[in-house]
Design a binder for this molecule. Sequence first.
Ligand code: ATP
Length: 248
Amino acid sequence: RGAPALLEVANVEVIYSHVILVLKGVSLEVGKGAIVALLGANGAGKTTTLKAISNLLKSERGEVTRGSIKLEGRSTTDVTPHDLVRQGCIQVMEGRRCFQHLTIEENLLTGAFARSNIGKSVREDLDRIYQYFPRLKERRKSQAGYTSGGEQQMCALGRALMSNPRLVLLDEPSMGLAPQVVEEIFDIVGNLNRSTGVTFLVAEQNTNIALRYASHGYVLESGRVVLDGTSDQLLANDDVKEFYMGLS
Ligand code: ATP
């Protein structure tokens, strides 16, 4: 075998509030530089999987009770969410968590808090983000709360990128957005991935678009991976066509 995958999730079980078993042994791998889709209907366990990876379950009274999660071969179990960001793994929450009263630029600047390479200028990174998100540049002085849903999703992603991540866990970027805006956001993800090599694990109910940009996908159903394969294999799969293509 070659080098370990960037992210290896093996047999992960998650229980909420000591009794509610939600993930029943989830395994998946994300190769360095890949875009991988985590698919499934509402409630299948996509968000829980991402939060298990970024160690954000505690505040939800959730706990990984079995299995292992490794970033470049190293267990993340005892790493705080903050230190995980420093190690290059950051989650973009569902629902576009921007600070509504701050401007777009101020929001982006808050993303620099956990940078590992503090010596590099924040301004340089901001300019780099604006290259990928011209809309954010145009709107940089606007209060986030007054920008569109798509702009707020871009802002949330841009803010995460300010931490110079290697792995971005992107939760449902298409949620509540018009198809054209969804396309625009996935285009940016594709560009970023190609030109900077940032790896993405994207949870999506919108199977069609996610598989157009991802190389591989995993389908979750009731806390289990029921299917996985290359995007082409999944797009050709009859169950995927029947149960997941019309979802969004
Ligand atoms: P969505 O598209 O709604 O985000 P999802 O696939 O991401 O769906 P999860 O949010 O991971 O699914 O939820 C999986 C299951 O876990 C659901 O049945 C949900 O009700 C349950 N769940 C989520 N958070 C908690 C919690 N804090 N306590 C108890 N149960 C929870």
